[in-house]
Each structure stands twice: as structure tokens, then as C-alpha cells.
Design a protein around this ligand. Structure first.
Ligand SMILES: Cc1ncc(COP(=O)(O)O)c(C=O)c1O
Length: 398
């Protein structure tokens, strides 16, 4: 069956293990990137099942049409109607006064830190938080702030952890300025902060006079999965953002929200960093389309993740990072002494299922718009076969 947006890749050989079955995924230095093959005809099973990330979606036909038809103007002058509308809608969706369209989630985090922090300040958050691990040290390079990582399970910590982390006043000490929480927690296996957990951290943050920022790369996944509206999720935080280019299926973009004064200052940074655009309505139109069409579809991604998690749990020699699959991510690893997670990951890729390696020895699979429930069933079957074949190979060799 076709995936939900009919997206696909040509795939040559399931069963055999060619060295590089997906040439467009690999590139040797100096070589021109090969274009992705034409989309496959519907109903073929010979396509890459790409669970590498929810960033792998391609804009659907409907989204592309919305982009082509977008009303546009000069964003920098506040004259792009589509961008203005997207900002209004996301501000309302997340229950804040104002919003700012930005090219990426990373820029949402970085600009928030630039507004909140002064050089020498400190940002407190889970040790696994994206801002600390995966943004090229941007908080220190740009805002001049250092980070204080809290060790905690699945990236979720408590108000007491904040209190313990806050620096005492004193000339020798950095100034604790911001607490960051990630909704959902990427390296926490897609864990969702409950409202009570957010409220607990928010109370401590407020008590110490700090700012609470939410990295909402997958905030809409959290809202759909838990049934808690996005504006309730953000009630206790000062600033937040949601990504458009992950589960919502857009090619680019994130939207940062907060008070009017915060967004005015964020605008200044957007301009300074060269992120102020012109006819950005072409991109904002994708976001508007996603808000109208793709939010509820996240529920299917979550069902697919649970189905994949069940398949993993049923395979002897694999262990789920957490038995609770809360959103669209499934993390697991090999417990077989002579078969590594990497071997499983590489064999899976050779057989048409791409996942990611993350967090030490963990394999990560992320469900999204462009994988169907049939794809997930097939991915589970291929995974079972891969583990069985690797075990059989070991038996033969011994
Ligand atoms: C939790 C989290 N925050 C921030 C980002 C950065 O988003 P972007 O890739 O849009 O810059 C990501 C990307 O994967 C993420 O997972």
C-alpha cells in the first residue's frame, strides 16, 4: 500500500544485501548528488521505509498547491499576509500574545536564548536537551550563556532539580537565567511532560526569578497524544515554539511565541542574524496547510509507533528503551552479546528500512506522515527477519 502521502523511493532488491541499495542517500566526495528516484507507483512494497526522522517527509500535493497559490508580500515590512496569518494562528494555538515565523527550530531556540540571556548567564535543562547536545554549542557561541545539564530519566526533571541547580547570588557565580524543557523529549524516547510536571518546574522557575522556555519541536505530538490542548501545555511557560518541519510535514519552519515585548526583541535578532525573509508566504502557506490538515494525523503516527514498539518487544534479543511509547518515537537496542545494535541498523538499511543510531548504542525509529501502517507492519517483519538472520549467521560461523 502507498504511504499516506504517496511518497516513496525506488528500491531494487529486498532479500539480497547490496552494498549501497539507496544511492541517493550516500555521496562520495566530489560526486554530484543523485536526485531521489521518481516516486514509486502506488501499491508497491519495494520502497525505502524511512523511519530515520519525522523530518524526512516531503510536502504533499495539497501542501505544494497551497504554497504555489500563497498570497505574498515583503515579510520584513510586515506585509506578507500569509506569514502574518500563520503567526496569528500559532500565537492563538499556543495561547501567547505574539508569534514569529523562523526558518528552523534551532533558530527558535537560539533566538529565545539571545533574548533571555546576557553573556555569563546559565541555562538549566535536562542533559539530553537538544539545545545542549545538538545545536553546535549555539547558546554559548551566540548568547554567551553556559549550560547546566540535569541528569534525569527520559529528559523529565522536577522543580526540586531546578532549585538544586540555581546558583547562589555572588560575584563568582554565573547568573541562572533560563530553564528549558523539551516537549516531547527527543532523546527521552519521545516522552511527554504532563501538565503537573510542567507546573512543578514552572513554580520553582518562578520562585527563583528565572524564565521558562519550551522547546516544542514536537509539542503538537504531545498535545495530540495526551489530549491536552497545546495552549494548556504552554500555560506555565514564558516562551515556546512549535516546529512545522517535523510531524506536521512542512519543508521548513518553526514558530516562536511569547509576550509582545519578547517577540519584538526576537524580531530584532531574526533581522540581525539574517533570518528576516521577503516573500516568506510561500513557506508560511505550507504551515497554514499543515495546521488545517496534518495535526490530527499525528494520532496515526502515534498508533504506528505503538505497533512498531510491540513488534520490537516481541523479538527476542531486542530491548525497548522504555515500554511506554508515548508519541512517535521508538528507541531500542540489541541485548545479544555478539550482535550489535549497529549491525542490526546496517542490515535493516540494506533491506529497505532506514532507522537512526542515537544515544550511544540505541536505534531510533520515528513515525511520520510518509509511513503507513502497512509500512510499519512490514518494518516489524523485516526487523524480526534481520535479527533471526544475524543469529543464524552466528550459529553457522561457530
Ligand atoms: C527537540 C528538538 N529541538 C530542536 C530541534 C531543531 O529543529 P530544526 O531541525 O528545525 O532546527 C530538533 C530537531 O530535530 C529537535 O528534535
Amino acid at each position: 500500500m502507498a504511504n499516506r502521502q504517496g511518497n516513496c523511493y525506488a528500491f531494487a532488491s529486498i532479500g539480497r544485501e547490496p552494498a549501497r541499495p539507496f544511492p541517493h542517500l550516500f555521496r562520495t566526495r566530489g560526486q554530484k548528488p543523485s536526485a531521489p528516484p521518481e516516486r514509486r507507483p502506488a501499491l508497491s512494497t519495494n520502497h525505502l521505509i524511512d523511519l530515520y526522522s519525522d523530518t524526512q517527509t516531503k510536502p504533499s500535493a495539497g501542501m505544494r498547491k497551497a504554497m504555489a497559490d500563497a498570497e505574498v508580500g515583503d515579510e520584513q515590512r510586515g506585509e506578507d499576509p500569509s506569514t502574518n496569518l500563520l503567526q496569528e494562528r500559532v500565537a492563538e494555538l499556543l495561547g501567547k500574545e505574539a508569534a514569529l515565523f523562523l526558518p528552523s527550530g534551532t533558530m527558535c531556540n537560539q533566538i529565545a536564548m539571545l533574548v533571555h540571556c546576557r553573556q555569563g548567564d546559565e541555562i538549566i535543562g535536562a542533559e539530553v536537551t537538544h539545545l545542549f547536545t545538538s545545536e553546535a554549542g549555539g547558546a554559548s557561541a551566540l548568547a554567551g550563556a553556559q549550560t547546566w545539564p540535569i541528569r534525569c530519566e527520559r529528559g523529565i526533571f522536577k522543580g526540586a532539580d531546578v532549585t538544586a541547580a540555581v546558583r547562589a547570588p555572588g560575584r563568582h557565580n554565573p547568573i541562572s537565567r533560563v530553564v528549558i524543557i523539551e516537549q516531547t523529549v527527543n532523546r527521552g524516547g519521545g516522552a511527554i511532560w504532563s501538565i503537573d510536571e510542567i507546573a512543578d518546574v514552572a513554580a520553582a522557575t518562578k520562585q527563583h526569578g528565572l524564565v521558562l522556555h519550551m522547546d516544542g519541536a514536537r509539542l503538537m505530538n504531545a498535545a495530540v497524544s495526551s489530549g491536552v490542548a497545546a495552549d494548556i501545555m504552554t500555560t506555565h511557560v514564558d516562551t515556546a515554539w512549535t516546529d512545522l518541519s517535523k510531524g506536521l510535514g512542512c519543508p521548513v519552519g518553526g514558530v516562536l511565541v511569547g509576550s509582545r515585548a519578547f517577540i519584538d526583541e526576537a524580531w530584532r535578532w531574526k533581522h540581525r542574524l539574517g533570518g528576516a525573509l521577503r516573500q516568506s508566504g510561500i513557506l508560511a502557506a505550507a504551515g497554514l496547510y499543515a495546521l488545517d490538515h496534518n495535526i490530527q494525523k499525528l494520532a496515526e503516527d502515534h498508533e504506528n509507533a505503538v505497533a512498531l514498539g510491540n513488534a520490537v518487544a516481541a523479538i527476542e534479543g531486542l530491548k525497548l528503551f522504555s515500554p511506554r511509547i508515548e508519541s512517535n518515537m521508538v528507541f531500542f537496542e540489541s541485548t545479544l552479546p555478539e550482535i550489535s545494535s549497529r549491525q542490526i541498523f546496517e542490515t535493516l538499511l540494506a533491506r529497505g528500512v532506514r532507522m537512526g543510531m542515537t544515544y550511544g548504542n540505541m536505534i531510533r525509529a520515528v513515525t511520520h506522515l510518509d509511513v503507513s501502517s502497512d509500512d510499519i507492519t512490514r518494518a516489524g517483519e523485516i526487523l524480526g527477519q534481520v535479527v533471526a538472520d544475524l543469529k543464524a549467521g552466528l550459529r553457522k560461523a561457530s
